[in-house]
Design a protein around this ligand. Structure first.
Ligand code: 5GP
Length: 197
């Protein structure tokens, strides 16, 4: 997605060789028009999959997920970071290690909102080592629902996420693939071949 790659190049800040900060349009201030276009692109990619629900994790997955849900005309559901008092028997839950915060937290989804009839598209802002998406897929499995795919806004292809998700049989689609973060330079996987994703 050229528009996205352009924004990553212009506004992305390389924190170190592993983390990219995109607070200008995705993780703090949100470019609604860009999110709308992202939702449209995911809809094009997964429109034949019978998606009934879009699932993400709070907070930074919500913006692309809700715009994707808008294009599918289905609900957007987000996993909440659980407090002990909210961890009841009526929730599906998974322990997810945060790549950026380097801690593990339990996330929950109420069993009211996910059932075995659901065909779920998982959306997240970044793919690093895959823990967030694998945790969300675990929640889908607990509900005996079906994950039809994983849509990622920015994939960091130098990390293990895609391999781990594909090894679990999941179909991964990302809108841009970062090959490396060096100095303050973002290099995309396909940069020297073509600008198309
Ligand atoms: P994973 O679970 O795939 O290791 O990491 C994905 C999650 O960590 C995403 O939900 C995202 O919030 C966060 N994350 C991973 N890498 C980055 C990054 O380079 N920049 C930002 N802003 N978030 C990241």
């Amino acid at each position: 997605m050229d528009l996205l790659k352009q924004r990553v190049k212009e506004d992305g800040v390389v924190i170190d060789e592993r983390i990219l900060k995109v607070d200008g349009f995705l993780n703090h201030q949100i470019d609604a028009q860009l999110m709308h276009e992202i939702g449209n692109t995911f809809h094009e990619q997964f429109k034949n999959e019978g998606v009934t629900k879009v699932l993400t994790i709070e907070a930074s997955g919500i913006a692309p997920a809700i715009m994707t849900a808008l294009h599918f005309n289905v609900p957007c559901l987000f996993a909440k970071k659980a407090k002990p008092s909210t961890l009841t028997k009526d929730v599906y839950h998974a322990d997810i290690h945060s790549f950026t915060k380097n801690n593990t937290s339990t996330v929950i989804v109420s069993d009211e909102f996910l059932s075995e009839d659901d065909r779920v598209l998982i959306i997240d802002d970044f793919l690093a080592n895959g823990d967030a998406s694998l945790g969300l897929n675990e929640i889908v499995q607990q509900a005996q629902a079906t994950t039809v795919g994983i849509g990622i806004v920015v994939e960091k292809s130098f990390q293990q996420g895609r391999k781990r998700l594909e090894d679990s049989g999941l179909n991964v689609s990302s809108l841009c693939k970062v090959a490396s973060l060096k100095g303050n330079n973002v290099t995309f996987v396909d940069e020297t071949v073509s600008e198309e994703v």
